[in-house]
Design a protein around this ligand. Structure first.
Ligand code: G3I
Length: 382
């Protein structure tokens, strides 16, 4: 383990020297200095040590993480968040239950904290999410009288208009609909679709289309995504997502891209999975859509040295798959420290419980820097 980390540190140091030389030669686009890329935002400080954020910026890639308002007061948490990441996504605060706990009550306080923090640190905000079957408030899931589709339709329309409207111009992209498909490609049966639904039960993706149209009306400049898990490679679910996307693009439904969650274990890191992922990104990109990796985490087996190396390789290979296609505009992890992860015993993130950088972190940084040898990745053209 010591030998391995020394080796990685060696790569890190030599790459760092090379990048400093490039920067002084004016070849490297340093954030906050010039050419930070359309909409990439300033970084908190000028030329500090390279971070995931600054290294990714030269490839026109956003580095994101989910974050939690409760932890912002913890210094290492907020400091890593602001320096290593250019996108912040509230992990839970914007979900229907937390943000709209009672029919006429909205709770914006926690989301506001996160949005203010992000904007103060030159980060973009990704909104998560507007329509999901989970984390719903009691008043939606257990009403005194059963809902009619017309009543639910109005509730969801108002909810989307209110939440998107409040953060208009501040949230740059939304997961409008989260996890709408079953693994076999059919639509998930839930309160919004058919129990009783908002009026489009049995009409396939009409419900998703409606939610996108409501969000677009509330903020025409926001990028709008459908976000899924298990739809990363070529399978029945990703085929259904693709068919929906193709139909929406053809008919001008306001869809900017597809979010691929990528909650994986090191077992994913095999050639056939990576090839499937690449093929899937490519077909979505061919429609003119963006693809964003929205919730990456890689479970370890046991925290051992071997397991950490496997994890580091998986992170590196996922990042490589994203970097290879300009349509892949965001690489975002679902949190960044093992201290606060929904995976309580899988050590799935790039920083450990004490905020120390893990091999996964160095593997990603090294991947971002080594691509610099071939010149920065061009921006996505649409
Ligand atoms: O905030 C309450 C707290 O007041 C209460 O005392 C405590 C008691 O259980 O619960 C707290 O809420 C929890 C919340 O996380 C914040 O910690 C919820 O119970 C818990 O269910 C919730 O879990 C979240 C989960 O979504 C909900 O389904 C995870 O943090 C969050 O990481 C996870 O995120 C999802 C994405 O949104 C969609 N994709 C999958 C991903 C992982 O499951």
């Amino acid at each position: 383990m010591a030998g391995g980390s020394q080796f990685l540190r060696g790569i890190f140091v030599s790459n760092r020297l090379m990048w400093c030389a490039l920067a002084f030669g004016g070849l490297l686009v340093l954030p906050g200095i010039r050419g930070s890329g359309k909409g990439m935002g300033p970084t908190p400080s000028g030329a500090g040590p390279q971070t995931l954020r600054t290294a990714a910026q030269s490839h026109h890639l956003l580095m994101g993480t989910a974050a939690d308002a409760d932890h912002l007061s913890e210094k290492p948490y907020s400091s890593i968040l602001a320096t290593e990441y250019s996108v912040l996504e509230p992990e839970n605060e914007m979900k229907f239950g937390p943000i709209h706990p009672e029919p006429t009550t909205y709770n914006f306080a926690d989301t506001d904290k996160l949005v203010d923090f992000a904007l103060a640190n030159g980060m973009k905000v990704r909104g998560h999410n507007l329509l999901w079957y989970s984390q719903l408030p009691v008043w939606i899931v257990s009403p005194a009288q059963p809902w009619t589709p017309a009543a639910l339709n109005k509730i969801l329309a108002d909810h989307i208009a209110t939440v998107v409207g409040r953060y208009k111009g501040k949230v740059y992209a939304w997961d409008v609909v989260n996890e709408p498909f079953n693994d076999n490609g059919s639509l998930r049966s839930d309160v919004w679709f058919d129990k009783p639904g908002i009026g489009f039960a049995g009409q396939g993706t009409r419900m998703i289309e409606q939610a996108l149209r409501w969000a677009h009306a509330a903020d025409p400049d926001a990028k709008l995504f459908v976000n899924e898990y298990g739809a990363e490679t070529m399978n029945a679910k990703s085929n259904a997502v693709y068919a929906m996307a193709k139909d929406f693009v053809r008919r001008g439904v306001p869809l900017s891209g597809i979010g691929l969650q990528l909650h994986i274990g090191p077992g994913f890191d095999q050639q056939d999975s990576l090839d499937g992922l690449t093929k899937n990104i490519r077909r979505l990109a061919a429609l003119g859509l963006e693809v964003q990796f929205t919730e990456v985490d890689v479970r370890e087996h046991d925290g051992s040295s071997f397991s950490q190396s496997e994890q580091a390789n998986a992170y590196k290979d996922l990042l490589d798959a994203c970097l290879r296609q300009t349509a892949c505009t965001l690489f975002q992890t679902w949190g960044f420290t093992d201290k606060y992860s929904w995976i309580s015993d899988g050590w799935a993130l790039p920083f450990d419980k004490n905020y120390r950088k893990k091999r996964a972190y160095f593997a990603m940084l090294s991947k971002l820097k080594s691509r610099g040898n071939d010149g920065p990745r061009p921006p996505h053209s649409r």
